[in-house]
Design a protein. Structure first.
Length: 160
């Protein structure tokens, strides 16, 4: 069975993330969406909240959600994962993603990083952009699934 991991901070999950996750689910037998901490980011949603938001949006039966605090490759080893799947948007993603892919490959050569190109309409979309637009009173309905938009609006207003 070919297992793939889609890692990220998902704070919050966007339509761009979900497109990559669902496409990975068409390619691999099982996909694990792995909610992790990015040391350079302070999250708006707790890990449990991010997991719950993702679960609400998933469609495919072969996609699971998990969390892990350590190195991504240690989790990949534990699960016997064949691949780490990441989305690539503009060239601006490339340096950062390439560095991570090479680091992960040298730490655990058995696991490949597979890049899926973001859809045209998601090329500019990121969780940070969603939070910024929302915090400044903008409309995020075309960036995140309807099932979670209200949670983000409320958090930006400080309602919960
Ligand atoms: O969605 P993000 O914030 O771009 O995701 C980045 C993430 C969480 C995938 C990355 O920071 C990560 O892999 N963190 C786990 C720690 C780790 O394994 N670091 C070494 C790989 S560079």
């Amino acid at each position: 069975m070919k297992i793939a991991i889609c890692p990220g901070s998902f704070d919050p999950v966007t339509l761009g993330h979900l497109d990559i996750i669902e496409r990975a689910a068409d390619i691999f037998d099982e996909v694990i969406v792995l909610v992790m901490s990015n040391v350079s980011k302070k999250p708006m949603f707790s890990t449990d909240e991010r997991i719950e938001l993702i679960k609400r949006c998933l469609k495919s039966d072969n996609v699971k959600v998990d969390t892990f605090d350590g190195l991504l490759v240690d989790y990949a080893k534990q699960k016997g994962a064949a691949a780490i799947v990441k989305g690539l948007r503009a060239m601006s993603d490339f340096d950062y993603e390439f560095q991570q892919a090479l680091t992960n490959k040298s730490l655990y050569p058995k696991c490949e990083t597979v890049f899926l190109t973001a859809k045209g309409e998601n090329m500019f979309l990121s969780s940070s952009m969603v939070k910024q637009v929302c915090a400044l009173g903008g409309d995020i309905d075309s960036f995140v699934p309807a099932a979670i938009a209200e949670d983000i609006y409320k958090r930006c207003k400080g309602d919960f």
